[in-house]
Design a protein. Structure first.
Length: 95
């Protein structure tokens, strides 16, 4: 990312990682697991096998039956998988 761009989320697709700062998008060749090693875990977390989000990106949370979604400031809706739901609910910044 350039200059003062702020990371909102990461999305993995195949062998590519889409990086979504507060303006623009970049696609790089990197695994999500490799990128996650460079992230501050206190400000972001993996919420799905293909998605990482930052605390500052979450606008609100939708709970619909057995599903949870994060609505982000960039108007995207990110699913929270069952695998990560407990971790998300226990996160300090989620409370």
């Amino acid at each position: 990312m350039t200059g003062g761009a702020k990371l909102l989320r990461l999305n993995s697709q195949d062998h590519y990682l889409q990086v979504f700062p507060d303006s623009g998008t970049r696609t790089i060749v990197m695994r999500l697991s490799d990128a996650s090693q460079h992230l501050s875990l206190s400000h972001c977390m993996q919420v799905h096998r293909s998605h990482w989000v930052t605390l500052s990106a979450v606008k609100n949370v939708e709970q619909c039956k057995n599903y949870v979604f994060f609505h982000l400031v960039d108007v995207n809706k990110i699913p929270v998988s069952r695998k990560y739901l407990k971790q998300v609910c226990n996160a300090e910044w989620f409370k």
